[in-house]
Design a binder for this molecule. Structure first.
Ligand code: CTP
Ligand code: MG
Length: 419
């Protein structure tokens, strides 16, 4: 018999919600994304992270199903996992998980099963950042323009730089979290997340960068998004989900009719300052010239997306008639493009861009660039390929670069119909 050392970290995976807003005919954790359920995907992520005790909190009556998902995901770490029954609120479900922790556990992560595609790296990063007196949450900057409203009246703008969108897992020192749960129980207040409960008991909470992939599946649109994300395999999870097939329990509307778009952009070297390309700053590389930062990768992607949706082109929405975009970087262009598509009833499937030029060398920063662009597009997969041109043409002579991008978008609710 092999003895596994008892881990100092535990992950409580709360999966006991009913999924009212998803409305898929089964508790949300057991709805299929592809041929695997929300819970199975969440547990695949948890077991791909560093070894930890794993407590799955299941809806009453679904303990056996949760056990099956746990066994499927755990492999030879099955002894680290167990299933307990959840409560009526998320807070009660977490409390049930806390009651099942092993004595040696010192750091507790609480994770929503509904954030099914959370990268294992994010789970490890939260665990590593917890210190004796401090809780840690992953969070993303807010990109939308926010308003305070009263009924249908817009009252005031809200400064988004003060806000962050909280994700899970949220990590805490065990003893302090248990004390905070006891205090919440005594006060009778129901908190929607553990950071709020922990802070109410006087605890300090810090945030680290979250990831677009850790979005929460709440509505049918979110489930469609998860299916599209899975269309691109994630090597970190050793993926069984290569193609986003409609699920066997496909109770949600289809993603919509796909439309494709193409965009090209060319910029000459000769701008001032450092190079900005594919959403990244490349210090020491010669800059490109242009009305904005000359980021030809971002600009080709914008044209591909606008073209796919039939919404005109980059000149119309961001050209010299829009001085507010002078000098703007990719994140601004892409977030606004996503907003334009969203308003017109389109969601983004995926984007592929090809860079032609001698410099910079993309391979070392490909993943970083893909993540930056994908994040600006709300999590849609972006892939970048790069090539030189055998010294031919302006790219080959090092005078500038060319980028071609293609994008697939999906129409919602008939937005694809020609007028
Ligand atoms: N959760 C839980 N026990 C509850 C309520 C929620 O374990 N009584 C879990 C959910 O399973 C989910 C996470 O908490 O993984 C976040 O909750 P949410 O997204 O709100 O899920 P649901 O409550 O299932 O969805 P809805 O609010 O639409 O009913
Ligand atoms: Mg809920």
């Amino acid at each position: 018999m092999t003895l596994i050392p008892v881990p100092r970290t535990a992950v409580i995976v709360v999966a006991a919600g009913s999924g009212t807003r998803l409305d898929a005919g089964a508790p949300k954790a057991f709805v299929g994304i592809d041929s695997f359920s929300v819970l199975r995907h969440a547990l695949d992520g948890v077991f791909a992270a560093s070894p930890a005790q794993v407590v799955v909190v299941a809806p009453p009556g679904f303990e056996g199903d949760a056990e099956t998902e746990l066994r499927g995901a755990a492999g030879d770490r099955v002894d680290l996992g167990r299933v307990v029954t959840g409560g009526e609120t998320r807070q009660q479900s977490v409390a049930a998980g806390l009651a099942a922790l092993w004595g040696d556990v010192e750091v507790v992560l609480v994770h929503d099963a509904a954030r099914a595609l959370t990268p294992p790296d994010q789970i490890d990063a939260v665990a590593a950042a917890v210190t004796e007196g401090t809780g840690v949450i992953p969070a993303l900057p807010v990109v939308d323009t926010l308003k305070r409203v009263d009924g249908d009246r817009v009252i005031a703008p809200v400064d988004r730089s003060e806000l962050a969108a909280a994700q899970t897992p949220q990590g805490f020192p065990r003893a302090a979290l248990e004390a905070a749960y006891a205090a919440a129980l005594a006060s009778g207040v129901d908190y929607t997340d553990d950071a709020a409960l922990f802070a109410a008991a006087g605890g300090t909470v810090r945030h680290i960068p979250g990831s677009a992939r850790a979005f929460k599946i709440t509505t049918p649109d979110d489930l469609d998004r998860a299916r599209r994300v899975l269309a691109v395999p994630d090597p970190a999870i050793g993926g069984h989900a290569v193609v986003a097939a409609p699920s066997a329990s496909a109770t949600t509307p289809a993603a919509g009719i796909p439309r494709i778009g193409i965009g090209t952009d060319v910029h000459a070297f000769g701008g001032e300052g450092d190079l900005w390309l594919a959403g990244l700053e490349w210090s020491g590389e010669p800059a490109l010239s242009g009305h904005s930062d000359g980021d030809a990768v971002a600009h080709a992607i914008v044209d591909a997306l606008l073209g796919a949706a039939g919404l005109g082109d980059i000149g119309e929405h961001f050209g010299t008639a829009h001085p507010e975009y002078a000098g703007a970087h990719a994140a601004v262009f892409l977030a606004r493009t996503r907003e334009l598509l969203d308003e017109a009833g389109f969601t983004i499937g995926n984007v592929s861009a090809q860079f032609q030029g001698n410099r910079p060398r993309f391979s070392a920063r490909r993943g970083e660039a893909e993540r930056a662009l994908s994040q600006a597009l709300g999590g849609a997969p972006v892939s970048i390929t790069a090539t030189t041109t055998d010294r031919l043409g302006f790219a080959g002579r090092g005078e500038g670069i060319a980028v071609t991008a293609v994008a697939v978008v999906f129409s919602r609710g008939g937005a694809d119909r020609a007028e």
